[in-house]
Design a protein around this ligand. Structure first.
Ligand SMILES: [Zn+2]
Length: 236
């Protein structure tokens, strides 16, 4: 096995094949809402009811979708690397739980996750699977009215950046799957990895904005490309 320590970044493309509609940056709209209204701290302060309702719908929609062959293959990769003394660091920009449901044990949700709440008072995060309202109280500090969806909004710092940078500096290979290469800081991971001599690979439906930074790009559906690539890695 050539690559024992692999860092993978996944984006909207891998969830799209499971039927999850994702944020469309181009129009500045998300499910007919203005991004400023449902994906910024200011929007939440202005209308917490609306913001909770928006994410309640997204959370409920998770029950209608299933992980696809790409999610399942990455769980197999995590297992295979572990058995060979290696390590998979799976970082996702997606806020769905399809990697977990596909069987991956350790997932870094750098943009948060729909199945979690965040206390705006003490920053406690806890699993939450039902519909939420602004009146929800935090199970740790018991303060009401400040609980919010555990989603990293525009203008906020993504989670676990120091862990991701550490893993990137210690990996054999960085792989980007189904990302547009347009959202920073995630879009900069490939430059970070290649600047310190790491091998880089992109698996994407079409060339991303950062395509030229990768050693290799394979184009096609994640559900086909990812299982093929995982078999290659585990065979060598
Ligand atoms: Zn709290």
């Amino acid at each position: 096995m050539k690559s024992k320590k692999i860092v993978i970044l996944t984006g909207a493309g891998i969830s799209a094949e499971s039927g999850i509609e994702t944020f469309r940056a181009a129009g500045g709209l998300w499910e007919n809402h203005r991004v400023e209204d449902v994906a910024t701290p200011e929007g939440f302060a202005k209308d917490p009811e609306l913001v909770h309702r928006f994410y309640n719908l997204r959370r409920a929609a998770l029950k209608t979708v299933k992980p696809n062959a790409a999610h399942v293959a990455l769980a197999k990769l995590e297992d295979g690397l572990k058995q060979n003394g290696g390590q998979l660091t799976l970082v996702t920009q997606n806020v769905d739980d399809l990697h977990e449901r596909g069987g991956t044990k350790e997932v870094i949700h750098m943009h948060g996750i729909l199945t979690s709440m965040l206390c705006g008072t003490c920053e406690h995060r806890w699993e939450y699977l039902e519909d939420a309202s602004p009146h929800l109280s935090c199970p740790k500090c018991y303060v009401k009215n400040t609980s919010r969806p555990d989603i990293v909004w525009f203008g906020e710092m993504p989670y676990a950046m120091h862990v991701i940078e550490e893993r990137l500096s210690d990996c054999d290979l960085f792989v980007s799957i189904g990302t547009s290469g347009a959202v920073y800081p995630a879009a900069g991971f490939v430059q970070m990895a290649s600047s310190i001599g790491k091998a880089t690979l992109e698996l994407n439906l079409e060339r991303s904005q950062g395509s030229h930074f990768f050693d290799e790009s394979r184009l096609g559906a994640a559900g086909t490309l990812v299982p093929q690539w995982v078999d290659e890695v585990l065979k060598v």
